[in-house]
Ligand binder design. Sequence first.
Ligand SMILES: Cc1cc2nc3c(=O)[nH]c(=O)nc-3n(C[C@H](O)[C@H](O)[C@H](O)COP(=O)(O)OP(=O)(O)OC[C@H]3O[C@@H](n4cnc5c(N)ncnc54)[C@H](O)[C@@H]3O)c2cc1C
Length: 504
Amino acid sequence: MQTALAHGLAASGSILGNGFDLAGVTGFSRAQICCLALKGVSSGVVSFSDSPIYANETHNYFSAANIVRPACVFSPETAEHVAYAVRIFNGANCSFSVRSGGHLPVPGSNGQNGAILLVTTKLKTLDVRGKTARIGPGNIWSEVYSETDKVGKVVLGGRIGSVGVGGLILGGGISFQGPEHGFSCDTVVNFQVVTADGQIRNANASSNPGLFWALKGGSNRFGIVTAFDMRMYPLSKVTGGTITYQYSSLPMVLEKIDTVHRHLDFDSKASFFVNVVDASDVAIGQFVEVVIYYGKPSTGVPVAFQPFFNIPGIVANTVSTKSYSELVPNGREGLPLGVFSHTWRSLTYKQSGLVNKKVAEIFQEEVGKLRASKGGSVQPGVFTLAFEPYATSMLSASRRTGGNALGLDGQNGPLMIALLTYSWINQTESANRTGAVKASVGRMKRFAQAQSKHIDFVYLNAAAPDQDPFRSYGQANYQRLRGIRRKYDPEGVFSVLQAGGFHL
Ligand SMILES: Cc1cc2nc3c(=O)[nH]c(=O)nc-3n(C[C@H](O)[C@H](O)[C@H](O)COP(=O)(O)OP(=O)(O)OC[C@H]3O[C@@H](n4cnc5c(N)ncnc54)[C@H](O)[C@@H]3O)c2cc1C
C-alpha cells in the first residue's frame, strides 16, 4: 500500500475508483495520504516541507498570523487538476484549505496546520481579448490591470495591487469603479467552478443560476472557482493618487469626507477612501491619507475632490493623470507582506458626518488606552482606521445583473464602512490586539446604533473571525445560501473538510 501511495497515481486511482480504505496503513496522516495521492495528478504540483515552493507558499500571506504548516502544498495547473483533487478530498475525507492572494487576515480561512493547502498560484489564465476578460484566481489585481490597460479597458477589482483575484470577488469586491457598476461580483458573467462532486461547472445567468447568485458573496463555501469571466469597461487615463496630511488636519479631513461622500451619488466617476494612520510605535509617525480616483483624465482637480485640496496641512500629493495600472501598482500596501500580523474588524453605517467624527475619536482614545495599559512598552506596530464610502448607485447596481447575496440595495442611501486594523510584529500580542479592536468597534457600533445609523451588514472581506457576514446578508438570503449549499454540497465538503473561514 505504501509503495502505491508513493506513486500517487495508483493511490488516487484507488481512491476515485473503489472508495478509500485506510485499513492497515500506518505512519501517515489522512492528509499526508491525500498529498501522496495528489502527486498522481501531474509532476511538480505537490510540495512537502523540505521544498522551497512549500516555504514560499506557506509564507505567502498578507498577515504573518496566517502563516501555516500544512501537510503539503498542492498547486493545480488546470481546472481538471482541481476537480481531481476535490474528488480525492471528498473520497478520503481529507481536510483542505484554498488560498488565492492570501490577503484575508482571518487565520484558518486560507490555510490550516496539518491540512492540504490548495494554492491557486498556477491558475494564471488572463485573457482580455474578448468582450469579457477570463481571469484565473492565481492572478493578483496589479497583473490584471497591466493586461486590461493594454486594451483600453478595466475590470472591477482591488484598489491595492497585491490583493488576490479569488477572495476579493467571492466576498463582494469594492473597486474604484463601484459607484458606476456595483460590486466586483456584480460584474462577473460566469464562474467556472469545481463543486463538491468534483464536477467542473459554469455558473451564470442561465446555467446553475442559483450557484451563480451564491458565489456573489458566498466566499469559499460553494466550490473552488477556477476562472472568472468578468465584464470589461472602457477606460483610458484616470485621475488619481494619494493626498497625505499632517495628523492635525484630521478634523478638517473628516468634515470633507462627509461632503465628498454626499457628492458621490451625483458623480459616479468619483470614488475615494481614507486611512487614518498611527504608526508612532514604528517611528513613522501619525498621518492621514486620502486616496482618490476619477475615471477620466483631468487637467485640474476634479470638482468632486476640490474640498480635499482646500485643507491645510498637505505634506504630499501624488494626484495626477495616469494609467490605471500606475494608479494601482503592486507594492502600495504600506507595510511589507507577511511581516506584520494584522487583526481587523469593521462596521457599516448610513452616511453620517457625526458618526465618522465619533468613530475617529474612539479610535484615538482606544489606541491611547492600549498604549497606556502597556506602560509605555507597547510592541512595534501600526494602528489604522479606514473610511470606505459606498455610493447609493453601487448598492443598487446589482439589480441590473441578477442580484448578489450581500443583501444590500440603494434604500439606505450611501453607506460607510469603517475598518479598524491593528498590525504588530510580535505574535504574542495577538489576543491583546484582537480584543482591543473588538472593544473599539463595539463602542463605535453602539454610538452608530444610538444615532439610528448602524446597518447590520458585515462586509466579509473586512470581517473579523467572530463576525458573521453570512447572517448579516439578511435572513432570506442566509436561508437561500444554505439551501443552495445543500444542493451542491450535501455532505459539507466545503464547510466540514474545508473547515476554516466564516460559518454558513
Ligand atoms: C492590503 C489590502 C487591500 C485590500 N483592498 C481591498 C479593496 O480594494 N477592495 C475590497 O473589496 N477588498 C479589499 N481588501 C480585502 C480583500 O478583498 C480580502 O482580504 C480578500 O479576501 C482577499 O482576497 P485574496 O484572494 O487575496 O485572499 P485569500 O486569503 O487567498 O482568500 C480569501 C478567502 O477566499 C477564499 N478563496 C480564494 N480564492 C478562492 C477560489 N478561487 N475559490 C474558492 N474560494 C477562494 C479563500 O479560501 C479564503 O477563505 C484588501 C485587503 C488587504 C489586506
